[in-house]
Design a protein around this ligand. Sequence first.
Ligand SMILES: NC(=O)c1ccc[n+]([C@@H]2O[C@H](COP(=O)([O-])OP(=O)(O)OC[C@H]3O[C@@H](n4cnc5c(N)ncnc54)[C@H](OP(=O)(O)O)[C@@H]3O)[C@@H](O)[C@H]2O)c1
Length: 309
Amino acid sequence: MKSGCLNDAGLNASSLILGLMRIGKMTDSEIQALYGSAIDVGINMIDHADVYGGSRHHCEARFGEAVRLTASQRDGLIIQTKAGIREGYFDFSAKHLMESVDGSLKALRTSYIDVFLLHRPDALVEPEEVAEAFDRLHAAGKVRHFGVSNQSPGQIELLKTAVKQRLIANQVQLSITHAPLVAQGLAINMVGLEQSVDRTLGLLDWSRKEGMTLQAWSPFQKAFFDGPFIGDRTKYPELNDALDDIAKTYGITPTGVAIAWILRHPARMQVVLGTTKSTRVREAAAGSDVVLSRPEWYRLTRAAGHILP
Ligand SMILES: NC(=O)c1ccc[n+]([C@@H]2O[C@H](COP(=O)([O-])OP(=O)(O)OC[C@H]3O[C@@H](n4cnc5c(N)ncnc54)[C@H](OP(=O)(O)O)[C@@H]3O)[C@@H](O)[C@H]2O)c1
């Protein structure tokens, strides 16, 4: 397992993050087993959001109840959570952000959040209000580091006009099959080509230039929560052949290859796993240690349907 992520913030985070969006209906022992398997393979960071689990703070509370962290276990764990999504609207008001953090602290049974992300861009954002919330949360010792999710370079630049703390991470959707972040750059300036449309506003290269860590969510999903591409031979026969071949080469599984594809990118991203199965956590960890060759990386990229003009 690679580590050294978020090092500029002094965090030394693992390249894989255990995402806990899907644990809402799991039992205590299932959550303990999932978390234990992540710790065993060297994952030292978890990802939550106030909105995960249906009712507010539900998944955070299930984790807090099931995994009663000792003081030393808490010290060794990087807890990330998010706020800003409400019922039918987005809300970056200072009041909401501060209330949400208080709810997260209570649910997670901890006195501080390591990394707090603004979940999805609020069109009505006032950067000064976000700055006020961040200052107060930081000064009170409730949040140590800040970041964003699903935001463009321009939106981040706008926040930076008022926010004093460094924004250390941006969590965005990326898998081999859902890859506008990467694929658009392979085909810029091609008239009539869908892949050429810039949906991320240059986010990938901008993030590298800024030294801002990208965290890839939904690493196994075909597109937006529509199921995994692994094993879907109807829609992705060529990709599944490539995943199987490369998995065999390295003695890992297609799940591991899907992770290796993301981590091979020199942006040094983190990957947020959403699996509820310990087996898949271990398979992903095995993949995180593999460095794909250029021909392998590009074969997977082409097999997923992305064009190299
Ligand atoms: N910032 C944001 O806006 C945002 C949005 C969404 C998610 N997230 C974060 O990212 C994390 C990951 O998102 P995600 O859960 O969508 O990602 P994911 O890891 O791509 O998807 C996990 C889901 O796919 C299933 N799956 C994976 N591989 C499979 C396979 N080979 N065969 C059958 N099923 C398979 C898993 O089932 P099993 O449980 O059976 O393995 C699970 O239901 C979340 O936990 C959350 O922390 C962030």
